[in-house]
Design a protein around this ligand. Structure first.
Ligand code: SDX
Length: 373
């Protein structure tokens, strides 16, 4: 077996399979979900409609949308077992570990977990889509010493998510900024967590195992964990006047500046302008000009100093902060959105599956043998 010496560390630039779910195009700096520009979906569609589009390939008809919403609303409430496992998980655990544990229990409790028909996987996908808001909202509330809030089935997905987290439905501008963030975070082709889900699925393991693995991959600060890390950076810097000095120091220490750079986009992340507009709305609504000044100063300094542009996590972190979420809850919010893309890819992987098993080039010791006994 000849092993090529052309090693592509991190699979950088390697095309491993087709997908019909989304197209990330760095040449045109664009992102399509099933052919629709994400900016149009963010402007005109609910997150429920985008979930339906990713799973079914088409936007729902009014009747399909009504049926989908009714099914989703019926699944929102936490089961006593899931609430108990959240309560049993120490508050010293990272919220991503709580999400991973809760999803794992939902899977272990599903009698249909091993059924990998499309119909069964659609049902599992909808269950996780509907349950994640309660998991994320309740975990944040229990850390604050607050009680669980039951979902309301008279509210759409975004309004209900914020209601379960904060006990009230915020202003329409805040709900809409949240909806936009969910649409933008939903799907992004073969990113590390999605590819993790596809690798697990390629062995014919179950959807819940694939999602649990994807949550583990998303937690890392080079991937989904970056939105939380952006807020830590803002808190570390303090105000705009300190931004340039902070950046010089950080770059001297060879630190990665969270929220900047992307493996695929090299002229800026196509989603950033849309999320930045949502952030601007929130900054105006909550009257936080100092936050905007810090955001803009750091972005300008990073662009001038390193020529590296923001990714979606850069505007999303401060946006979730303004909405009132704890910083450690930011990446769980990313999970609640990306569950749609992950599960769409899991179902696509099963349609024309091939076990994902790359090669390695050995650079260990030459063959050697134990001394005769
Ligand atoms: C997401 O893949 C997806 O689609 C992911 C995602 C999605 O929707 O699923 O878009 C979500 O994960 C966005 C990325 C969030 N991560 C961060 O914000 C973490 C900070 N960013 C970097 O770690 C980095 O930009 C990556 C990991 C995102 C991409 O890095 P690459 O393509 O592997 O490039 P690299 O790390 O090899 O960097 C190339 C050069 C290096 O300099 P040298 O060592 O060659 O001198 O650019 C430098 C890097 O040091 N660089 C940075 C930097 N990003 C790149 N230097 C400082 N800060 C950064 N953020």
């Amino acid at each position: 077996m000849t092993v090529t010496s052309d090693i592509r560390k991190g699979l950088n630039g390697v095309v491993v399979d087709y997908t019909a779910i989304s197209k990330v195009n760095p040449e045109t700096n664009s992102l399509l979900y099933r052919g629709y520009p994400v900016q149009e979906l963010a402007a005109q569609c609910s997150f429920e409609e985008v979930a339906y589009l990713l799973w079914h390939g088409e936007l729902p008809t009014p009747a399909e949308r009504a049926a989908f919403e009714a099914s989703e609303r019926a699944l929102r409430a936490l089961s006593p077992a899931v609430q108990a496992v959240i309560d049993l998980t120490p508050t010293t655990a990272h919220p991503m570990d709580v999400v991973r544990t809760a999803v794992s229990l939902i899977g272990a409790s599903d009698p249909d977990a091993e059924n990998d028909t499309r119909e069964a996987n659609l049902a599992k996908s909808l269950r996780l889509f509907a349950q994640l808001p309660a998991i994320v909202a309740y975990d944040q509330r229990r850390r604050r010493g607050q009680e669980l809030i039951a979902p309301r089935d008279d509210l759409d997905y975004s309004s209900n998510f914020l209601f379960m987290a904060f006990g009230e439905v915020p202003a329409p501008a805040v709900v809409d900024a949240f909806r936009v963030s969910m649409v933008l975070y939903a799907e992004h082709s073969f990113n590390a967590s999605t590819f993790t889900a596809r690798v697990i699925t390629s062995t014919l393991s179950d959807l819940y195992s694939a999602v649990t693995g994807a949550i583990g991959a998303l937690k890392g600060p080079l991937h989904g964990g970056a939105n939380e890390a952006v807020m830590h950076i803002f808190n570390e810097i303090g105000d705009a006047a300190a931004a340039e000095g902070w950046l010089e120091g950080a770059l001297t220490e060879k630190r990665k500046i969270m929220g900047f750079g992307h493996r695929v986009y090299k002229d800026g992340d196509s989603r950033v302008p849309t999320m930045k507009t949502a952030l601007d709305t929130l900054i105006e609504h909550y009257d936080r000009p100092a936050l905007l000044s810090l955001y803009t100063t750091l972005e300008l300094a990073m662009t001038e100093r390193k020529g590296i542009l923001p990714n979606l996590d850069y505007p999303s972190g401060p946006a979730y902060h303004l909405m009132g979420f704890d910083t450690a809850a930011f990446t769980p919010l990313f999970v609640a959105a990306r569950i749609t893309g992950w599960t769409a890819h899991i179902m696509e992987q099963l349609e024309s599956n091939a076990l994902i098993r790359p090669l390695s080039a050995y650079n260990g010791p030459d063959e050697r043998h134990l001394a005769a006994a």
